[in-house]
Ligand binder design. Structure first.
Ligand SMILES: [Zn+2]
Length: 222
């Protein structure tokens, strides 16, 4: 459980506004209350059923809601590396978790570990959301199941043999690139489908390597 304390909540309706924000963003809200600081200012306390939280991102979001709001403390968030279970629980809002996971490995083993984590999450998502009905073959499986699953991460451009994410949340300059998580995600997702197991996924282009977008290619026999 993570407890967030927010100041600047003196105007009426602040609690409702803040709670609504967390619910709308998909945070697992477990409790909310207004308390008073020692000086009598109103504070909103929000409890979320989470173990990890991107504090910087949350602070910026809260400030954009109202410039008076300020995150004064976040308690209970783990600083240890997130687990694959955390990723499954918080899917699809997992880019910061995947990054923290990747950062916990040495550079030489990082890409492989990200691929393996991605495979597990991809297989899990396939089973959970996309395994109902008749199994599909490539390239229909790509269009009807994998692309919609990837669209939970953002915009996706697809053909029958490749997928491009113009603005992948797992990539970006100035941070470690976690794009190999998506290579694994797609591979695990397709390996879990009875009729797509013969498909190989490879990363062909990456913003972190100087390309304009991150692209993955698919090789399969019809
Ligand atoms: Zn990339």
């Amino acid at each position: 459980m993570v407890t967030i304390t927010i100041s600047g909540a003196d105007k009426s309706g602040a609690l409702a506004r803040i709670s609504t924000f967390f619910v709308r963003k998909g945070y697992p809200l477990k409790g909310q209350q207004v308390t008073e600081s020692a000086s009598g200012a109103k504070l909103v306390k929000i409890s979320l059923d989470l173990t990890h939280l991107d504090k910087a991102k949350l602070a910026a979001e809260i400030r954009s809601l109202n410039p008076d709001f300020r995150v004064v403390s976040v308690e209970g968030a783990h600083s240890a590396a997130p687990s694959i279970k955390d990723m499954a629980d918080q899917f699809p809002d997992i880019a910061s978790l995947v990054r923290a996971y990747g950062e916990s490995f040495a550079p030489e083993s990082r890409e492989l570990e990200l691929v393996e984590a991605g495979k597990k999450i991809g297989a899990f998502q396939y089973e959970k959301e996309w395994s109902f009905g008749s199994p599909l073959k490539m390239p229909v499986a790509l269009r009807r199941t994998l692309v919609p699953a990837l669209e939970t991460f953002g915009e996706v451009d697809a053909t029958d043999t490749d997928v491009t994410l113009p603005d992948s949340p797992f990539c970006g300059t100035g941070k470690i690139a976690c794009c190999e998580f998506l290579t694994g995600f797609m591979q695990g997702f397709l390996d879990a489908g009875p009729l797509t197991q013969n498909t190989r996924v490879q990363k062909a282009a990456c913003r972190a390597k100087g390309n304009s977008r991150c692209t993955y290619t698919f090789t399969y026999d019809l």
